[in-house]
Structures are given as structure tokens and as C-alpha cells.
Design a protein. Structure first.
Length: 201
């Protein structure tokens, strides 16, 4: 976990200006281990976070996540920027429009902890490999299969859809390529647009 002494240490601040948690699901697993060890000190029968009575283990997990976020805020005030990288999971959710279950990609975290981090972040980008094109081929048995052609693209998507979780507090484009240069340009353009809107007000 991040400690305040690291944020205030001039030795770190002279060398680094960005904090990256990679990956957030691994980070949460370490916090979970910490909660379990806390519980064991009180009740040796506790072996996992599910062993706590009335969900208190999960409540403690979310409490520590919020404390870590307060340290992120202190880091930002000290001049650091923050990036959190997480894996995705597939959930089956009820689509209110279609009236049926669909597959939706979300952050691979315990949902209450995931909601804390998603609420905190200014941007939640869904990253995916997208083929540049596809063709349908018909086999001799009358079956059709889709084949990927061309160069794959790694893209970041900034706006939510029915099939994946994303968000942005800035007027970001629909997507950009997954590299620092393109992301920085998209972010810079979004900030310029925000400043224009503020100037009009």
C-alpha cells in the first residue's frame, strides 16, 4: 500500500512525478490479505475475508480503499499524477431496454471497492484490441466463419456503452490509440475545450 512518507520524501519527488498501480486487482488482493491478517489477530478461525461476521471484512476492505484514495489526493497535491491499471471481467447484466441478459465488461474487483475507485477517477478507459477489418469465408460444408484481416489496433474507449464500463469528466473523443502520445493529445484537447467553455460562462 502507499504510505504518506513516500509521498513526502524528497528523494522520490525528485525522481518521479507519476504513480502507477499495476494492477489494481492485485493491489486489492494485497489489501484483502491485510484485512484477513487483522482479523486473525482477533479471531484465529478467520481464514478468508468471507469468514468475517455480517460482511464486516468487506466493509473494512472498502474503508481501507477510501483511505488509500485520500493518499492519492495527497499525492496529487504534492505534484504527482495517478494511473490505475486493472484487468476486466465479464458480467451478465439485465439490459433494461432489450429486456434480456447481455455480457458487460467491468473492472475485475469486488464491486463495492470497484465502485469506490471508479467514482474517484476522472477517466475510466476501456482498453481493447480491435481488428482493422473482417471477412466472411464459406467452407465446403456450407458454414460461414469470420476471419480477421489487417493490422490489429489497441484502443482506449472513454464513453460507456451497454457492453463495457467507461467514463470521463472531460470532453474526450470516443476513442484513441493506446499510446501515451495520442492519449496526451486527446487529454490536452479536452482541457482546452473545458477552458473555452469556462471562459464563455
Amino acid at each position: 500500500m502507499i504510505h504518506y512518507r513516500h509521498i513526502e520524501d524528497d528523494q522520490y519527488r525528485e525522481k518521479f512525478d507519476h504513480i502507477v498501480i499495476d494492477s489494481l486487482d492485485w493491489y486489492l488482493a494485497k489489501i484483502t490479505d491485510y484485512v484477513v491478517e487483522e482479523g486473525k489477530a482477533i479471531n484465529p478461525k478467520i481464514k478468508s475475508i468471507a469468514d468475517f461476521a455480517y460482511g464486516t471484512g468487506y466493509n473494512r476492505l472498502v474503508e481501507i480503499c477510501r483511505k488509500q484514495i485520500s493518499l492519492f489526493d495527497k499525492a496529487k497535491k504534492a505534484g504527482y499524477s495517478i494511473s490505475l491499471v486493472a484487468h476486466a471481467k465479464k458480467d451478465q447484466v439485465e439490459d433494461p431496454v432489450l429486456g434480456k441478459e447481455i455480457t458487460k465488461y467491468d473492472i475485475a474487483l469486488y464491486h463495492k471497492a470497484g465502485n469506490v475507485f471508479k467514482e474517484y477517477c476522472d477517466i475510466v478507459a476501456f482498453c481493447n484490441i480491435v481488428p482493422s477489418g473482417t471477412v466472411d469465408e464459406t467452407s465446403g460444408f456450407g458454414k460461414t466463419k469470420t476471419k480477421v484481416v489487417g493490422q490489429d489496433q489497441r484502443l482506449m474507449f472513454f464513453h460507456p456503452t451497454s457492453t463495457y464500463v467507461a467514463k470521463t469528466r472531460y470532453p474526450m473523443p470516443k476513442s484513441c490509440t493506446l499510446n501515451y502520445t495520442d492519449y496526451r493529445k486527446a487529454m490536452k484537447d479536452a482541457v482546452i475545450e473545458v477552458n473555452k467553455q469556462m471562459a464563455k460562462e
